[in-house]
Design a protein around this ligand. Structure first.
Ligand SMILES: Nc1ncnc2c1ncn2[C@@H]1O[C@H](COP(=O)(O)OP(=O)(O)O)[C@@H](O)[C@H]1O
Ligand SMILES: [Mg+2]
Length: 256
């Protein structure tokens, strides 16, 4: 059974079809790549699967459970989390505070508990800080823990974004362009982190425009075009696929 199974997923915006019946599966223990020309529907797929917006039709099955239309916080509690192309978070808070706050956004964290601060809340805060130190250690962010997030470089922000995702103890992380805009040294380090996390049992679905990154990091690679699953295989296989080449070229010709 795949970890994520997307069946005939559909979504339109004001009559414009973004997802036209997507079928795809993500196998456990893979770093699966998701590529395709601009407008193919990759980000919309992420949004519908992770609970940011509901699909119009189709099903999302995560670890055997039908989670179609679940809101993002419920998906996260189940073990599915996504990151954003543009790093989010709280720029004026420190790296440590950003990690702790993200971990805290879990079900059961009701307002009255936060206000009343029973002992269990203090315990939970200690746990979250421990986890934040662990995550920082794993990502070599420890020296930056006290720095305001706004002072981080572009690449360090991508690491923090990954760290925030890890705070939720995910089984599947969906990354939207984790490498874009990062210098080559940090890009290589990010790729190393993803491999290490994969080896530790986390599955990844990665959108990335840098095809060299996809080629080195991802297996298998799924190609989307015009709101559908077009092809799948190793990077070499999909790169050699004439339909894939036509989809990329067609788009370039259309926008030229
Ligand atoms: N919030 C939205 N409102 C209107 N149209 C949207 C919205 N999000 C995506 N689209 C449209 O859906 C299609 C797929 O976009 P997107 O999922 O961003 O593709 P990709 O990430 O592959 O570039 C595009 O035609 C885009 O303009
Ligand atoms: Mg996109």
């Amino acid at each position: 059974m795949p970890l994520l199974d997307v069946r005939d997923l559909r979504r339109a915006f004001y009559g414009v079809t973004a997802l036209d019946g997507v079928n795809l599966a993500v196998r456990r223990g893979t770093i699966t790549g998701l590529i395709g020309p601009n407008g193919a529907g990759k980000t919309t797929l992420f949004n519908c699967v992770s609970g940011l917006i509901p699909p119009d039709a189709g099903r999302v099955i995560f670890d055997g459970v039908d989670v179609t239309g679940w809101p993002a916080h419920r998906m996260t509690a189940r073990g599915l989390v996504r990151t954003f192309q543009i790093a989010r978070g709280f720029p004026r808070l420190s790296v440590l505070e950003n990690l702790v706050l993200y971990g805290a956004r879990q079900p059961g964290e009701t307002l009255w508990r936060a206000v009343a601060r029973p002992p269990s809340v203090a315990r939970r805060e200690r746990e979250l800080r421990h986890r934040a130190f662990d995550v920082a250690e794993r990502l070599n962010l420890t020296p930056l823990l006290d720095m305001p997030a706004s002072d981080l470089s572009g690449g360090q922000k991508k690491l923090l974004e990954l760290g925030r995702a890890l705070m939720t103890e995910p089984r599947l992380i969906m990354l939207d362009e984790p490498i874009a805009g990062v210098n080559p040294t940090l890009a290589a380090r990010l790729a190393e982190h993803l491999r290490a996390l994969r080896d530790a049992g986390i599955t990844f679905l990665v959108i990335e425009h840098h095809l060299d990154v996809i080629a080195r990091l991802c297996d298998p690679v799924i190609v989307m075009a015009e709101g559908r699953h077009l092809a799948e295989g190793t990077f070499a296989q999909v790169a050699a696929d004439e339909r894939v080449q036509a989809a990329y070229l067609g788009r370039r010709a259309a926008t030229a």
